[in-house]
Design a protein around this ligand. Structure first.
Ligand SMILES: [Zn+2]
Length: 313
């Protein structure tokens, strides 16, 4: 396999030297304000990131999407943005509006809808090719700001709190195992998550497909069942967090005045780093607000247990 770690590192070096917008935005990230917020069994980080307003406040209804040129299509991308090919049909780009110190967008070379069905294996291969990164997927109705153009994102490891939280026995426990593939479930984490671990892509993919088919039955009115996914790879093993969703945006997103908190949760937020593009929200948000947001947009641990029963069979 190509040495993507080195190729991507070279891409960062060259893009940050020749693309002013990207260089400025990555530099600003070094001074970004963060707050830790504590819960009974875990913490979250809140990041004040004004550069993310376009994404957080993106209008993703069908008519707004149709009315704008797709910013992930090659013909509409900034002239300075260069990419590297991944397999047949994907291009790795650096994300010019970063949350992570190293933040990538991996886009399909064709303008095709954001769907995980049929593309889950690509996500696993991306994680394997980029072992220093967490790969993430935001569904078309829960965080993707281009729901009409298939893409993944990736951020450097060592940033999302879920990476460490998985080691806490009070938060995350092995529920069942079949051959090599393990199902781990979360409790006392404020948000229900299904975690798959194992060394075999085919078996992980089969478990995901079983879950997906069952979950899809409960959201038949959607283009796909609402979910966020985080995948990483190290020492021959994948860790895949699947976060099923009930709702795209919480009530506080739509509130007016002092009740408003402009936070549009997606993979990164549910991985423990909440992005607030407005400073007033960054200052005022409390643990109770965050618990409320998680509760509205995610399933509970108990509900996830029911949704995942026997998926390893
Ligand atoms: Zn496009």
């Amino acid at each position: 396999m190509k040495d993507y770690s080195r190729i991507v590192s070279d891409l960062f070096d060259s893009q940050l030297s020749e693309w002013d917008l990207a260089r400025d935005n990555y530099r600003q990230l070094e001074n970004v304000k963060v707050r830790k917020i504590f819960f009974a069994e875990f913490e979250t980080v809140v990041q004040f990131n004004p550069g993310r307003i376009t994404s957080s406040a993106a209008k993703v209804d069908a008519s707004s999407i149709e009315a704008r040129p797709c910013f992930l299509c090659e013909k509409n991308r900034p002239a300075q943005q260069r990419g590297i090919s991944f397999e047949q049909g994907y291009t790795i780009l650096i994300n010019p509006f970063p949350i992570f110190r190293r933040h990538l967008t991996i886009v399909s070379d064709t303008h095709t809808d954001q769907r995980i069905a049929g593309n889950f294996m690509t996500m696993l291969r991306l994680a394997e090719a980029l072992p220093d990164y967490v790969i993430f997927y935001n569904g078309p109705q829960c965080g993707a700001s281009a729901p009409d153009h298939l893409h993944f994102q990736a951020g450097n490891k060592g940033f999302l709190l879920i990476e460490d939280d998985i080691r806490s026995k009070s938060l995350c426990r092995k529920e069942e195992a079949d051959h090599d593939t393990e199902l781990w479930l979360w409790q006392k984490y404020g948000r229900g998550i299904m975690t798959l671990r194992g060394p075999d892509k085919a078996s992980l993919s089969a478990a995901f497909d079983n879950f997906y088919s069952r979950f899809a039955l409960t959201q038949r009115d959607k283009p796909e069942p609402m979910l966020n996914i985080l995948a990483s790879y190290s020492n021959g093993t994948w860790i895949i967090h699947v976060i099923p969703r009930k709702l795209h945006r919480p009530a506080c997103y739509f509130a007016e005045g002092k009740d408003k908190i402009l936070l549009s949760p997606a993979s990164v937020d549910l991985g423990g780093v909440l992005i607030t593009p407005r400073e007033e929200d960054f200052v005022k948000i409390t643990s109770a607000d965050i618990s409320g947001i998680f509760m509205q947009v995610c399933f509970t641990g108990k509900e996830i247990k029911l949704l995942t029963e026997d998926i390893l069979l």
